[in-house]
Design a protein around this ligand. Structure first.
Ligand SMILES: C[S@@+](CC[C@H](N)C(=O)[O-])C[C@H]1O[C@@H](n2cnc3c(N)ncnc32)[C@H](O)[C@@H]1O
Length: 258
């Protein structure tokens, strides 16, 4: 491991399927972040915490209903063991389609923590007592149902780790990309060599070398793309701008006539 001036963020993942995570965690920027000492990611097999001879982790739900639920005992045992062994306790986060929807703001919030423990559900989910008495945070990666939480954990880990200091080569890129604090909307179009491909030319302004004009063009493109593809972001930005102007003491942009 290379020396890193900032202590590594420690991420524990409790799952029935560590093998789903292993390959992607070793590759590319996530792999480099671990080798470079910016992130320490430890996978734990939930089944190792079952105590009966069949290593049972699931049971039928009380009251009937389809499918199986993950039982309390192995989950509590796993989280308590993982918390105890690590140098400091981490926030326990359940991946669940009923959680708050994950976004870039949440990724930034998590990247500021020094430790998190992800708990991945499977089957029909987890016994409610896990949610009530163990879990501190619940994250959904969108309004759809995955077979289990490992892929969801991977998505969250990827978004968080790339925000850690010294992980992405050019940190300015994480500050100006879509959804970042420095950009109210989506990133606009970008081009690289060649200047012309099959008769399609790169916009002349980008070849002009005039930084002021290029920045203005980029901002216009960002606004155009956001209005076209994500009008909800534009609508959300307007009340925020009004709130800002109110707190600045400027006249209100749209005083309510009622
Ligand atoms: C098949 S799902 C359970 C769905 C649950 N019965 C329901 O209707 O809400 C099994 C597990 O996959 C994970 N999962 C599925 N969809 C997810 C999503 N959109 N975001 C985060 N985790 C998800 C959770 O860990 C969940 O416990």
């Amino acid at each position: 491991m290379l020396s890193n001036p900032v202590p590594a963020m420690r991420i524990d993942v409790i799952t029935l399927f560590p093998e789903i995570l292993r390959g992607p965690l070793d590759a590319s920027i996530l792999g480099r972040a671990q080798r470079g000492g910016q992130a320490e990611i430890v996978l734990h097999q939930l089944r190792d915490y079952a105590t009966d001879k069949h290593r049972t982790v699931d049971e039928k739900p009380y009251g009937g209903g389809p499918g199986m639920l993950l039982k309390c005992e192995p989950i509590f045992a796993a989280v308590e063991d993982v918390q105890q062994k690590a140098p400091r306790p981490g926030r326990v986060i359940l991946l669940s389609p009923t959680g708050a929807k994950f976004d870039q703001a949440k990724a930034r919030e998590l990247a500021a923590l020094d430790r998190v423990v992800f708990l991945c559900g499977h089957y029909e989910g987890v016994d409610e007592r896990v949610r009530e008495h163990l879990v501190e945070d619940e994250i959904s990666i969108g309004d759809f149902i995955l077979t289990n939480g490992a892929l969801a954990a991977l998505v969250v880990i990827d978004a968080v780790v790339r925000l850690l200091p010294n992980v992405v080569g050019n940190e300015a890129s994480t500050q100006s990309e879509s959804f970042s604090a420095g950009r109210p909307g989506l990133e606009g179009p970008q081009y690289t060599r060649p200047e012309e491909f099959r008769g399609w030319r790169v916009p002349e302004i980008l070849l002009s070398g005039h930084h002021g004009h290029i920045e203005q063009w980029n901002n216009e493109q960002s606004r155009r793309v956001t209005e076209k593809l994500r009008p909800d972001l534009v609508a959300a930005a307007v009340p925020a701008a009004v709130r800002r102007s109110e707190s600045d003491g400027y006249p209100k942009a749209s005083a309510n006539p009622a």
